[in-house]
Design a protein around this ligand. Sequence first.
Ligand SMILES: [Zn+2]
Length: 418
Amino acid sequence: MTSELRAHQPPCRFCGAPLRDTFVDLGMSPLCQRHLRADQLGEMEPFYPLHAYVCRECFLVQIEEVVPPQEIFGDGSYAYFSSYADSWLRHAAQYTELVTERFGLGQKSFVVEIASNDGYLLQNFVRRGIPVLGIEPASNTAEAALRKGVPTLVRFFGAEAATDVAAEHGRASLLLGNNVLAHVPDLNDFVSGLAILLAPDGVLTMEFPHLLRLVEGNQFDTIYHEHFSYLSFGTVASIFARHGLELFDVDELDTHGGSLRVYARHSGRELPPITPRVARLLELETRSGMRELAWYASFGERVKETKRKLLEFLIGAKRAGKSICGYGAPGKGNTLLNYCGIRTDFIDYTVDRSPHKQGGFLPGTHVPIRAPEELTRTRPDYVLILPWNLQDEIMEQMSIVRSWGGRFVIPIPEVQVR
Ligand SMILES: [Zn+2]
């Protein structure tokens, strides 16, 4: 058991119990989206502890908030633009079609998305003539949304923002947030805001990576400072219930290595009815061991073994005289590279389709980021795919790598050459 005595035991961000039990300790790491320019490489770089705990009362897995969110999202340098991943755009279009039909959305509806990024999702509702509002904390992505014709408010979401938006624009018939719940430092304030902004007969959907899949798939690299909470369906049901929201349905999705899309409405309403999928998933989580501390405590050792195996492969490849490059510059890549200590001693550079990232350097490891064309110029023997959740899409787009005998390396759940 990894329970330990710490002088400082911060409270669980949901239930307030002191956090004593380690889920996994990934050492010290820089902020994953803080890419560097060439002229910053000689400067001191802040590293913060990347240590995930599990709460023994509510089983919320979480990392301590070591960096204020304003520092992560607020200064305009946040480099993540959703529109650069094709599969994510398709996912957004399919979602729009699904909910528009299921919940009968139309010109009288009001769709609000929290953390709407560059408007990649809401633009689908705009095209259908459905009124929307995006709420997005990063000003540079919000500006990109406005250019697409997606009305967007630059603001962090919580109870106060919800009250203001409800007063000014009315309450939401559909309120949604994808990959935001995990990024919220004050969970209770955020979820109480959801209840405030949701219309009495409104529907709420949230997508987040499923902790069950993180553990089963050994996806420790999805743990980073920007990602405060790691959520099970059961824990989310408790958090929502405390704020008067009831989960009535859930979809299991393949996105981000395995996500849940939960559907909620105000508690005490009859419609939409609760589907059998809700009880089934709660039961699956219980059977898997997610309501017992031991399940969480065994994860750390598996992570260490994954690191050893990846390094073993990389050392062997370099000793055999092979060249290795990376593909992608996602947040998860930085956790992986920093935790495993993989720098330009193993990978010469990485490539990314986003022009916002090209020319920069990964935080901590200082691996240079180039355009994908660089691969055809240098013809590496191995391409290490950092956003492994998009591996099929990437191997298809970059199939040219095979023309010179290059192979793809997938690091997670354990190293694999394809
Ligand atoms: Zn707790």
